[in-house]
Design a protein around this ligand. Sequence first.
Ligand code: APR
Length: 267
Amino acid sequence: MGHLKPRYTCPLMGIQLDPELVDAIRAAESVVVMTGAGISAESGIPTFRDELTGMWENYDPEQLATPQAFERDPETVSRWYDQRRANIAKCEPNAGHQALATLERWQTKDRGRRFTLLTQNIDGLHRRAGSANVVELHGTIWRWRCTKTGREREYRHIPFPSYPPLSEDGGLLRPAVVWFGEMLPEREMMTAQRECESCDVYFSIGTSTQVFPAAGLIQLAHASGARTVEVNPETTPVSNLVDWSLRGPAGTVLPGLVERVMPPTGT
Ligand code: APR
């Protein structure tokens, strides 16, 4: 965003990472990372908008991911989310998730600096990889909310005994995720905005940057003076605006980047 055009580097093709990017990350007092479905693609979890494989290529979000859909047909909606829970439970964090957890540990534990991982994903894989400061902007598929009392709790047992599942209070349970037309959780959104306003480097990883308000946070970070980096095998609406566009899969690009940024250990 600071340059006329981004500096493209493709680590897969053996092109060196821009040393200025490595220096910017090393110098950063505060790093913010935003992830989307693409970071979990290599774990076997489908994205939403990729051609052929994207979830919204095969399912209609209007029928499955809106409050109206749940009101109309809670059985179909809860069955679909339970199926997604079952699929996610079989998946493991990949090298991309792990690289971010490593970068966070180095930035916070080793250097006493800030690192915030904002995610649009509901799969919980960042925490499973060891990331600690995770802000789940779209909620999590592992928590379900009673529509009668508003109470939420974790449900790990798969499958649910009935569709829709019922809470202990007898209300219908819905996943504690943000559906189309719903507000993002206020506390999480405020944290995200605060961190974006004060970060030095902002990463946008594996997201098509099409769904707001999450998609707008990169602009906020940029306007607040952050250097911006995108990691994605495809172009997105922000590819031509970021300072560095790393064209490749997160599971390859991120371990390579983190290895370059962190000093070698054991010497
Ligand atoms: N590494 C990095 N990026 C990848 C990879 C990969 N291995 N594979 C695919 N991608 C990229 C795609 O090129 C695409 O730009 O991930 C992005 C996925 O985009 P979407 O499917 O639109 O997912 P996301 O941006 O997370 O969607 C936002 O939309 O339906 C909602 O609530 C849902 O949180 C989701 C939101």
